[in-house]
Design a binder for this molecule. Structure first.
Ligand SMILES: [Zn+2]
Ligand SMILES: [Zn+2]
Length: 179
C-alpha cells in the first residue's frame, strides 16, 4: 500500500473517538474506521469483505436500473472500492440511493460539497458510536468528507477532515478476500 499521508493532529491522537482506531503499518500510523451505523443502529461494516486487510464499509445501492452492494475501504481518506455488481453510473453515487444493507434506510443527506471543483449537493451520512458522524461526498473519488465530533473542539475535527491519505496505485482486486 503506497500512501502519502498528512500528520494526524496530536490532540486527536490523544482522544480518538469511538468507532475509529489507529493502525500501525511499519513506521506509519493510519486512521481506520472500525464501526459505523445506520440511523437505526445497524452496523455498516462487512463481516466478509476486507479491503487493505480491514473489514470494508458496506452499503446497499440502487440507481433504478441495477442494485447491489458497494464496499468502501475503511482506511481514512482512501477511495478504494468494490462492487457486488456492475453499476451503470460508477463514478458518482449522486444517481444512487445509498442505503443500510440491513434495513434499507437511505443514508443520503442534502449537503453541499466544499471541495474545489465539486458541486455535489448530496452526501452519505454514517453514524459513529455516540453522537459523532462521518459525512462523505456522494461523488466517488471526491476527497470531500468530514468527521463531526461532538465532544472535541471544532478546530480539531476540521483538521482531521482535511487528512486525505492518497492511495497511489491500488488495484481494486489485489486485496479482495471474497465471500
Ligand atoms: Zn439499518
Ligand atoms: Zn465532492
Amino acid at each position: 500500500m503506497d500512501i502519502v499521508k498528512k500528520e494526524i493532529p496530536k490532540q486527536f491522537l490523544d482522544s480518538i473517538p469511538n468507532g475509529i482506531k489507529l493502525i500501525k503499518k511499519g513506521m506509519d500510523t493510519f486512521l481506520v474506521v472500525e464501526n459505523l451505523f445506520c440511523p437505526n443502529g445497524h452496523r455498516l461494516m462487512s463481516e466478509t469483505i476486507q479491503i487493505h486487510g480491514m473489514p470494508a464499509i458496506k452499503f446497499k445501492i440502487s440507481d433504478g436500473f441495477s442494485n447491489g452492494f458497494l464496499f468502501l475501504d475503511a482506511f481514512w481518506g482512501s477511495h478504494a472500492k468494490l462492487y457486488s455488481f456492475i453499476p451503470k453510473h460508477s463514478e458518482s453515487l449522486e444517481s444512487f440511493d445509498v442505503c443500510c444493507p440491513v434495513c434499507s434506510t437511505s443514508l443520503i443527506v442534502k449537503d453541499r460539497c466544499h471541495e474545489d471543483g465539486c458541486d455535489c449537493t448530496k452526501a452519505v451520512q454514517m453514524n459513529l458510536p455516540g453522537k459523532n458522524r462521518i459525512i462523505a461526498c456522494a461523488r466517488l473519488g471526491c476527497p470531500g468528507h468530514r468527521i463531526e465530533i461532538k465532544e472535541m473542539p471544532q478546530g480539531i475535527s476540521e483538521t482531521l477532515s482535511e487528512i486525505n491519505f492518497y492511495v497511489e496505485s491500488f488495484d481494486d482486486t489485489s486485496d479482495f478476500r471474497g465471500v
